[in-house]
Design a protein. Structure first.
Length: 394
């Protein structure tokens, strides 16, 4: 019995001690502070970040106030569908053969892929901002310059040569956004040659000639026609024109030094550009004697006699089957432009079978006419072509 009581008492005491420890706060007894630890190793300095384009740099170009003058100029330009011009140019852009240059969507497809939609397009629109601009290649304007998000600055094949295996390849490369212009401002056709009829050229199209964009060809000094000529003046070498070697080609003359807020989007050269190189005499700037010689050549070509052709492009003869039915004029003019301004009239080729020398002279005449600079793109080359043409058909 005594042992049982002893056990019970021990249990009570033990339980009391357990409850006391669970319900009472623990008070630590602090000793003296230890010695300070050693400092950790310093971290490695981070690399300086690259300054990004600030919001203000974006606003400078993309603000509505900045773009208003550009929009207005574009809409009144030939590229943007100037009233009275748009039908003659942009309406043709539904055709597969024309869409690369006469349709905004076709131009984008051609630049991006090298081809247009098979079968053409249901609608043709004039060029808009998205036609020439896409996205920036770099935002480091300080080091790379502002590329203005031009859709491409890549070099361009000279298509007349690239599409003819008998001709050497030739690349147009102006080193800047002028390469975008070079996609379209080049001839679609090559110079006349005698194929089916020896010494003759069968002219079957009322749209024959270098087409409406031979500017790069004249600038380079390419595609004049003179294989039948006895040259009275030397033909200047390729790439010798000062406007080719001393400037940034298209954009330096056509888009720089504007003061109207358009930043060159009319593409009409500013006199200030000309004055930079020509000492302030740009008002009188012209190619000496070229216009008079060009017009004289045109009048001679209006009197050239060839042989008429039928709807199947076959030469027509009189009832005797021997005497050719004549056609007068390898070119003719519709006098519907600005009064007393022959360059503003519409000059067209005449269909028929003509001596090759007349066809070459007509090609050179239409080359200068379609270029629209009256030789300024390459004065020496333009003068040589016209003078040699005159001398060989007079």
């Amino acid at each position: 019995m005594k042992n049982l009581k002893l056990i019970i008492n021990l249990i009570v005491i033990t339980t009391s001690l357990m409850l006391f420890q669970c319900t009472s706060d623990y008070t630590a007894i602090e000793g003296p502070a230890g010695i300070d630890g050693i400092d950790g190793v310093d971290g490695i300095d981070g690399i300086d970040g690259i300054d990004g384009v600030g919001v203000q740099e974006c606003i400078d170009c993309h603000a509505t106030s900045h773009r208003e003058g550009i929009f207005d100029a574009l809409l009144m330009s030939n590229h943007g569908g100037q009233p009275g011009f748009s039908y003659g140019s942009w309406s043709r852009g539904t055709r597969e053969s024309c869409a690369a240059c006469h349709n905004n969507e076709g131009f984008i497809d051609y630049v991006e892929t090298g081809a247009v939609a098979v079968g053409g397009y249901g609608v043709s629109n004039p060029l808009d901002c998205n036609g020439c601009h896409n996205k920036h290649r770099s935002f480091d304007f300080e080091n790379d310059g502002n590329d203005y998000a031009v859709r491409t600055v890549d070099a361009v094949d000279f298509r007349v040569f690239a599409e003819n295996d008998a001709l050497p390849d030739y690349v147009l490369d102006y080193g800047n956004a002028s390469n975008l212009c070079a996609n379209c401002h080049q001839p679609r056709r090559g110079t006349p040659v005698a194929d089916e009829y020896p010494g003759k050229y069968l002219q079957t199209s009322g749209h024959w000639g270098p087409h409406h964009g031979p500017q790069t060809a004249l600038l380079e000094g390419l595609l004049g026609a003179y294989t039948t000529f006895t040259l009275v003046e030397d033909i200047p070498a390729v790439k010798q024109a000062a406007h080719r070697t001393d400037t940034g080609a298209c954009i330096d003359c056509h888009m720089r030094h504007t003061t109207d807020g358009s930043f060159g989007h009319s593409w009409n050269p500013s006199r200030n550009n000309c004055n930079d190189c020509h000492g302030g005499n740009a008002q009188d700037l012209e190619v000496d004697g070229l216009f008079d010689d060009w017009l004289a050549l045109g009048h001679l070509l209006e009197e050239v006699v060839g042989q008429a052709i039928d709807d199947d492009d076959q030469p027509i003869f009189e009832a005797d089957g021997v005497t050719p039915v004549p056609v007068v004029g390898i070119v003719h003019v519709d006098d519907n432009g600005t009064p007393n301004d022959p360059m503003d009239d519409e000059w067209h080729p005449q269909t028929g079978l003509f001596d090759l020398k007349y066809a070459e002279a007509a090609w050179n005449f239409l080359f200068i006419y379609e270029d629209k600079s009256m030789g300024i793109h390459n004065p020496d080359y333009a003068k040589s072509l016209i003078k040699n043409s005159l001398a060989n058909i007079q």
